[in-house]
Design a protein around this ligand. Structure first.
Ligand SMILES: C[S@@+](CC[C@H](N)C(=O)[O-])C[C@H]1O[C@@H](n2cnc3c(N)ncnc32)[C@H](O)[C@@H]1O
Length: 214
């Protein structure tokens, strides 16, 4: 709950709340009374591990304990991942996870609000992940700032009515194009991650952005 996605789990028996969850060969360690873990996002974690191509620079704006950062690093074709997070407990777990999965060498953790910590990342990224619900809208301008001048891919999470996924896509692309007129949308894909609530779905948009030459 809350803007740092803190856990609401309470220990009823015992006091050791540390767990290591193994998924697709990746070990995710975290304190279950401190951090979240969305088991319903399993396919998206796998997909992010498969989608990155050779030598990409990735910015993960809401990385948590490494839900997407870890699968991307495990694939080993990425050049570098910049992982942003402001929850100190999630950062501690992320540091443990990078070490425990032997992937810390290609990752830089940016601790604090991504609207501030990404100030040195202008024009650097091939791909930016915006994994925040209900919306990552406040960081759309950050994502576009990080993207290379020639463009790249954004993965934008959000919610939409189950009967109308298109509305999330059209509203999001409209907002992006208003922020930076130098870009155009080349390609879009809507992916459903899971049912979020009755008649509402958690979606992620793959939006390929290119330079607007007109
Ligand atoms: C919902 S969690 C990540 C969920 C994950 N992407 C998934 O779908 O399983 C989002 C994380 O972003 C962090 N966060 C939210 N706003 C942030 C900001 N402005 N800067 C840095 N981290 C932020 C929260 O602390 C939280 O750990």
């Amino acid at each position: 709950m809350g803007e740092k996605r803190e856990s609401t789990v309470e220990m009823l028996v015992g006091n050791n709340d540390w767990v290591i969850r193994k998924e697709n060969g990746i070990k995710y360690g975290y304190h279950i009374t401190q951090c979240m873990f969305s088991s319903g996002n399993i396919n998206e974690r796998r997909r992010m591990g498969e989608i990155v191509t050779e030598n990409e620079i990735v910015v993960d704006l809401f990385c948590g304990i490494g839900y997407y950062t870890l699968p991307i690093l495990m694939k080993d074709n990425v050049k570098h991942v910049y992982s942003c997070e402001w929850n100190i407990n999630a950062i501690k777990a992320l540091k443990f996870n990078l070490d425990n999965n032997n992937v810390k060498i290609k990752c830089t953790i940016l601790e604090g609000d991504n609207r501030v910590t990404t100030n040195g990342l202008e024009n650097i990224a091939d791909r930016v992940l915006l994994g925040l619900l209900p919306t990552a809208e406040e960081s759309y301008n950050v994502a576009l700032k990080c993207l290379k001048e020639e463009g790249g891919v954004l993965h934008i999470h959000g919610l939409a009515p189950s009967g109308n996924h298109q509305v999330f896509l059209s509203e999001t692309t409209e907002k992006l194009l208003k922020i930076n007129l130098n870009y155009k949308i080349i390609n879009c894909k809507i992916n459903k991650i899971k049912s979020y609530a009755p008649h509402w779905d958690h979606l992620v948009l793959d939006i390929e952005i290119g330079k607007n030459n007109s």
